[in-house]
Design a protein around this ligand. Structure first.
Ligand code: DSN
Length: 426
């Protein structure tokens, strides 16, 4: 078979883009070489519908081993009793979980997408808002912190079957115990989607949702720095409260319902090459090196937030406790859309993001979201954050000046040369 140089040339350009640019998208990261190698390994050839030891295909002895390793390592990281590592993505994990525990039309309560939430937490354009009855809580207008009073009032009013916590653009920790109290009061399950800060939770740098939430999901490619994918976990398994029994008349455990909702409920053959890569990434997370990495993420984010504030930028909630910050650009007279475009022209990648109580649409937005997991993987420390903020500020303050943007781009490319990415790839 002839090598497809057309595609490989494009992949090579993507490698150069990643090497030369400042990657500040809060949900992105750079996996280790071994994680990446596993995602391109022979296990991509294998069908393995089912679970380790219970497959619908022969020849699964080796994918059983890697999947079991992934499960055991993930349980060890978070000290939990149950883990399913098959979801292809975070959205698939959330979809399967909701399928396992809800009936169509059931009320659910999540953080509004425009306040930092996620599509799968009840957005009307997502399955979660179409199949279930979505209700929302938000953040306070003044502080930009989760409005727990609103959450409690909404929960008492709409009596959700499920309360969802976790966010994709929120820079503060969560009070899981407080949400669990109202969940118990109204008879709701509590589910945390910790996709964004999971790597920091793994190293006890943020509160753990596991003590208080019935269910926890995550992606594996953000702060966990693994391959693209999702996982579902429970601190403790428990008997399903719906009275569902197996063929022998035993009450099914929630773990059975979740496993069945992943396969055959919403997925077919698991991506065993990705699951092998998850196992490797989970092994890396268990190392002391990853503890240092997670701590450096928090230090970098705080140094970056301080540098932005010193230049008059308005960070929602005033700062950050995790890996990201949401910046309201209205006092800088530039939209999120324009900021994203001009920063991209300087090889600085961020994403436009609505800010709480935004007066602009999701396509324009008043803000940007900036995160440090990827640049921390590149090796940057607190002292490098000033360069990053200066570069961003220079572009945003000279957004129509192509010469300035070209100069910043050159300095960014030179700067990134000091932080090699995948040197093994040549
Ligand atoms: N799309 C992801 C993010 O950028 O936060 C969330 O799934």
């Amino acid at each position: 078979m002839q090598r497809d140089t057309l595609v490989f040339d494009i992949i090579q350009k993507e490698l150069q883009r990643q090497r030369h640019g400042l990657e500040l998208i809060a949900s992105e990261n750079f996996t280790s070489l071994q994680v990446m190698q596993a995602t391109g390994c022979v296990m991509t050839n294998k069908y393995a519908e089912g679970y380790p030891g219970r497959r619908y295909y022969g020849g699964c002895e080796f994918v059983d081993q890697t999947e079991q390793l992934a499960i055991e390592r993930l349980k060890q990281i978070f000290g939990c009793e149950y883990a399913n590592v098959q979801p292809h993505s975070g959205a698939q994990a959330n979809g399967a979980l909701l399928l396992a525990i809800l009936q169509p039309g059931d009320p659910i309560l999540g953080l509004d997408l425009s306040m930092g939430g996620h599509l799968t937490h009840g957005s009307p354009v997502n399955f979660s808002g179409k199949i279930y009855q979505p209700h929302f809580y938000g953040v306070t207008r003044e502080e930009g912190l989760v409005d727990y009073e609103m959450l409690e009032a909404q929960a008492r009013k709409v009596k959700p079957k499920l309360i969802i916590c976790g966010a994709s653009a929120y820079s503060r920790d969560w009070d899981y115990a407080r949400i669990r109290r109202v969940a118990d009061e109204v008879g709701a399950f509590l589910f945390c989607d910790m996709a964004h800060p999971a790597g920091l939770i793994a190293k006890n740098l943020l509160s753990s949702p596991f003590e208080h939430c019935h269910f926890v999901t995550s992606t594996t490619h953000k702060t966990l720095r693994g391959p693209r994918g999702g996982v579902i976990m429970m601190k403790k398994d428990f008997e399903n409260p719906f009275g569902l029994k197996d063929a022998k008349g035993n009450i099914r455990m929630m773990s059975n319902l979740i496993d069945m909702a992943v396969f055959p409920g919403t997925q077919g053959g698991p991506l065993e090459h990705v699951i092998a890569a998850k196992a490797i990434a989970f092994g890396e997370i268990l190392s002391d090196e990853f503890t240092d990495y997670a701590r450096q993420i928090v230090s970098n984010a705080q140094a970056m937030a301080g540098a932005f504030v010193a230049k008059g930028y308005q960070i929602i909630s005033g700062g950050t406790e995790n890996h990201l910050m949401l910046i309201d650009l209205r006092n800088k007279n530039i939209t999120g859309k324009k900021a994203e475009q001009v920063l991209n022209n300087a090889d600085i990648t961020i994403n436009k993001n609505m800010v709480p109580y935004d007066d602009k649409s999701a396509f324009v937005t008043s803000g940007i979201r900036v995160g440090v997991p990827a640049i921390t993987t590149r090796g940057m420390k607190e002292e490098h954050m000033q360069f990053v903020v200066n570069a961003i500020d220079n572009v945003l303050m000279n957004a129509d000046d192509e010469n300035t943007i070209a100069t910043v781009r050159k300095s960014v490319n030179e700067f990134m040369n000091s932080f090699p990415l995948y040197p093994e790839l040549g």
